[in-house]
Design a protein. Structure first.
Length: 371
């Protein structure tokens, strides 16, 4: 891939360009994690606890990154994670992110807290040939009539699955937001749903009453013809329960370290959850996110049991400093790195990725920060 001089050559450089482009409050919101950010850092570091153990001299002819999931072809086993308020990062917002992901053959999950109407986002990309899947994420489950109406709009617009996020019944405590507040620019707000925390309620003062439960999951599955995935599953027993209720799959996620600090990294949690999910139901879909910054991280996610992965902050960083083109560049870099990793480990296709191609490294080395 040719890049102009000075343009970022990796996802870390996109992060630096975003920091330079964003104001302090926006940078704190987009980049920050909960409390002391142990989980945020651990998510990235944990992929480096695994080394790649390549096989050589294999036939790589006709290699590609396609896979078949949820009854359709995916050009690439990667989606952009649901992330709120993308028009705060750049005027291109969710529309730009959707165009970028479609252009790069990646999927996208639109957040319940999108700052762009879901119909506008869908209209831009649903007819695109070669795009990845378009999914919609939900948080709140309380106002049933409003939810029914929203689900009908999501289905009519052409979204292909619903993702219910279950790991953030209340906001995490983030120092960056305590310091700067959520100072949204004029005209930027969540157009489909505003979190209740805005009302200043406390947890014991009723906020947790709105937190979704297993009964809400069952209700949701009964309301839609779309497959439902639960995002924020990290315990094997929760994965079993989700699948027993009829969820199509689970997303192993700790919300990018933004909610409950000192949770283990998703790379550490993934193998047990994937095993439990597939034992419960062989066709269960298992996805993962958190700390993926290199194509080799994506490869490791698949080798540890995921069918596909989601990319969070780096896609926003590309968007923040260069709009849709920046987000597309981030996805393209990751895609190129993933293709190189496939070929260099002796895999012609995604289905060839296997745990045997990983090697557990010395934990002390894994703790070293990236340059
Ligand atoms: C700024 C920001 C906003 C987010 N908003 C949402 C959201 O609206 N819904 C959701 O399910 N997850 C949300 N997340 C979590 C992401 O979907 C994802 O789990 C996480 O960012 C993955 O980790 P990574 O950023 O290290 O790739 C958000 C993350 C960030 C950074």
């Amino acid at each position: 891939m040719n890049t102009a001089p000075n343009s970022p050559v990796n996802l870390h450089e996109h992060a630096r360009a975003a920091q330079a482009a964003l104001g302090e409050a926006a940078w704190a919101y987009f980049s920050g994690g909960a409390a002391d950010e142990h989980t945020l850092r651990r998510n990235e570091a944990a992929w480096q606890a695994w080394g790649l153990a390549p096989r050589v001299l294999r036939n790589l002819r006709g290699g590609h990154t396609r896979c078949q999931l949820l009854g359709r072809d995916w050009p690439m086993p990667l989606l952009v994670a649901p992330m709120a308020l993308q028009r705060w990062a750049h005027a291109d917002g969710e529309a730009g992110m959707a165009l970028a992901s479609a252009a790069q053959g990646c999927g996208m999950v639109l957040s319940h807290q999108s700052s762009t109407p879901l119909q506008d986002v869908a209209r831009l990309v649903v007819a695109e040939q070669g795009r990845g899947p378009l999914w919609f994420q939900l948080y709140a489950m309380q106002e049933r009539d409003a939810l029914r109406a929203l689900i009908a709009q999501v289905e009519a617009a052409g979204f292909e699955a619903l993702v219910l996020t279950v790991d953030a019944p209340v906001n995490g405590v983030r120092d960056g937001e305590r310091r700067h507040g959520l100072a949204l620019p004029e005209g930027v707000h969540a157009v489909h749903w505003q979190p209740q925390a805005a009302s200043g309620q406390s947890l014991c003062g009723g906020l947790a009453d709105a937190a979704p439960t297993w009964a809400d999951v069952q209700w949701l599955i009964g309301q839609t013809r779309l497959p439902v995935l639960l995002k924020g599953i990290t315990h094997p027993q929760d994965a079993r329960e989700a699948l027993a209720l009829g969820a199509a799959g689970v997303i192993v996620s700790n919300h990018g370290g933004r909610v409950l600090d000192t949770m283990p990294a998703t790379a550490e949690l993934l193998p047990r959850v994937a095993e439990a999910a597939r034992t419960q139901r062989a066709d269960a879909l298992v996805l993962v996110d958190g700390g993926i910054r290199r194509g080799s991280d994506l490869f490791k996610a698949l080798a540890l049991g995921a069918d596909a992965a989601l990319l969070g902050r780096p896609a926003l960083y590309g968007l923040a400093h260069a709009g849709a083109r920046g987000a597309a560049h981030v996805l393209r870099l990751l895609r190129d790195e993933f293709e190189a990793t496939l070929a260099l480990t002796g895999c012609a296709r995604v289905a060839d990725i296997h745990p045997d191609l990983l090697w557990r490294l010395d934990p002390l080395r894994a703790a070293a920060p990236h340059p």
